[in-house]
Ligand binder design. Structure first.
Ligand SMILES: [Fe+2]
Ligand SMILES: [Fe+2]
Length: 280
């Protein structure tokens, strides 16, 4: 299968590049499954039902979240009727929505999608290692699902790496989100799980993690309360990771994706494009 995971979409700039480019990428790379982290899609904080629908219509099979999952209160309600919107699995019992789901793609493949929060420099939550054990045992790769993608939303690279090795050979892809900065360590782990510590954000990189620079600089330099954080509005870089899996659901190819905006560009060379480059 050909999988594309896209990191945290931030604000209007991030949404615009998804709506514009995702349909073209889906066709150009002949993608089987696209997963997009949208925890910052609504003004930098959370997701609305309209935005979620826009992303699913643009070609996302599934949308994941993170620590900002419920910043827009409406998400507490509509998540119950949108099984393709997945919030962190290790929230307390009784949290609306689900943290794992078996998604059927347009091509009929079954993809297990799981979203988890790390615990280092994050709010205290249930153990993500214990939580993943249960889910993977219930839905083994290659038997019950054709691919398993885990969005591990966490701050610390050590926790992300340890987690990826913990599930190596049992998931198709473990990809980190939350830091909003893409890492250069994309690789296939020894037992066949594709891994990248952070996918990076889909937003304007002339910013402080997607937000207009002035307010974060002011907060760091003065330590005084001030204005609201607003998403930066310049052209976004679509950031993520492309993975191809084999018949067992394990990874055989991985490449970073960085398209448009300010960052150096990267696209999977191993997929022959059906149409010319989508972003110049
Ligand atoms: Fe984020
Ligand atoms: Fe986050």
């Amino acid at each position: 299968m050909r999988l594309l995971f896209i990191g945290d979409v931030v604000g209007r700039a991030g949404r615009a590049v998804i709506i514009e480019e995702l349909p073209k990428l889906r066709a150009a790379w002949n993608l089987d499954c696209v997963i997009v982290n949208c925890e910052n899609a609504a003004g930098g904080f959370g997701i609305t039902e309209t935005i979620c629908a826009d992303f699913l219509n643009a070609g996302a099979d599934c949308v994941t979240l993170g620590n900002h999952a419920f910043d827009q209160r409406e998400a507490l309600v509509f998540i119950a009727r949108q099984p393709r919107l997945i919030r962190p699995l290790n929230y307390p019992r009784g949290t609306p929505g689900g943290g794992a789901n078996l998604i059927e793609t347009a091509g009929g493949q079954r993809v297990l999608v799981i979203n988890l929060l790390g615990r280092i420099f994050m709010d205290a939550l249930d153990d993500p290692f214990a939580a993943i054990e249960q889910e993977l045992n219930a839905c083994p790769l290659g038997a019950v699902c054709d691919a398993a993608v885990i969005d591990f939303h966490a701050e610390a690279s050590s926790e992300k790496q340890a987690f990826a090795h913990f599930v190596d050979g049992r998931a198709s892809l473990v990809v980190g989100t939350h830091t909003h900065v893409p890492t250069a360590d994309h690789q296939i782990l020894p037992q066949g799980t594709a891994y990248m510590t952070d996918a990076g954000m889909t937003g304007d990189y002339d910013s402080v993690i997607g937000m207009e620079k002035d307010e974060p600089i002011r907060r760091f330099s003065t330590k005084l309360p001030g204005n609201r954080l607003e998403p930066a509005a310049g052209a976004a870089t679509l950031c993520g990771v492309a993975v191809e899996t084999d018949a067992k659901g394990l990874a055989i190819k991985i490449a970073p994706v960085r398209l448009g905006g300010r960052l150096s560009q990267a696209r999977p060379e191993f997929w022959e494009e059906k149409i010319p480059q989508t972003i110049v």
